[in-house]
Design a protein around this ligand. Sequence first.
Ligand code: ATP
Length: 312
Amino acid sequence: MPRWPRIVLVAPSCPTSLHSSSAWSLSDFRLLRRVGGGRNSTVYQAIHCPSNTTVALKVYAKCTLSVVTRRLVQREIEIQGRLDHEHIAKLHGAFEDEQNLVLILEFAVRGDLLRHISRSGPLTGAWIVSSVLRPTLLALDHLHQQGIVFRDLKPENLLLACGRVKLADFGTAIDLHQERPLSRLGTLDYMAPEVLRCTDRDCPALAYGPAADIWALGAMLHELLLGKTPFSHCDALVTIKGIVEDEVHMKGSCASDAAQDFILQCLRKDAHQRPSAQDLLQHPWLQEPTSPRKQATGLTISAARSAVTDSS
Ligand SMILES: Nc1ncnc2c1ncn2[C@@H]1O[C@H](COP(=O)(O)OP(=O)(O)OP(=O)(O)O)[C@@H](O)[C@H]1O
């Protein structure tokens, strides 16, 4: 019989103050407030009482997890736990008791990018480049160099912590050196055409590569500059047709020529034609001196997002 609680992971980067006791348990933490959550988990701001450290706890109720979801959470723990990068949210560790599987994460005080946008109003091109684009490219480059594809890049998965943007939620990430993707995962509005085109069972393994994250980056930047992803529509079939077949238009955009070129390169239908994160770090948009006032967008993001999780 297992003895609870049980440590699932202590990340190599976990501060010693957070891991002085022999095992974590929920009673070591004071839950302050719920900050988010999805279909399977609830995220809380919490204090680790023994060290007086603020953390985020992502709590999965084990009885609601299917075998497939449990496997995805294990993968999330395994991948995020070994990453140590200034633009990737740190997973300090994970433990489970009889009811819950709990991830201990660094806390991002300003929440996610989507929430930040809805609170702070129009963004500027300069802010997008320095606060979102450059950190996201550095994080993606770090993942891609190790064969990891994130598969769900979108504003909700970028957190704002102490002036830094951090990539978070590795529930859909996959290490292509260790596994073949067997299913389509992610959020429809940000899915690449090669991922949507595949119809047979072998196809996700062929379709998912770093270029799928670059497409999602282009879709997200389009949303940040124009207020919606390029093929956003209330009818999912129209969105799919648009992603697979239609040209991207950036008419009416206040984006500079360099910004438009950057986005259009990310949104090339042919995955092989898309630049890598490393290439994109050299793109002129990142070198452009931007006037914040001239670049302000009239952004309101309201797109409904459909998660796509087919089969195992
Ligand atoms: N470390 C953190 N610091 C602050 N807020 C966080 C943190 N992690 C997550 N959140 C908030 O919680 C929201 C949901 O978290 P996350 O994306 O990890 O879960 P999810 O994938 O949506 O959940 P599920 O796996 O159940 O579908 C985020 O969009 C963000 O607002």
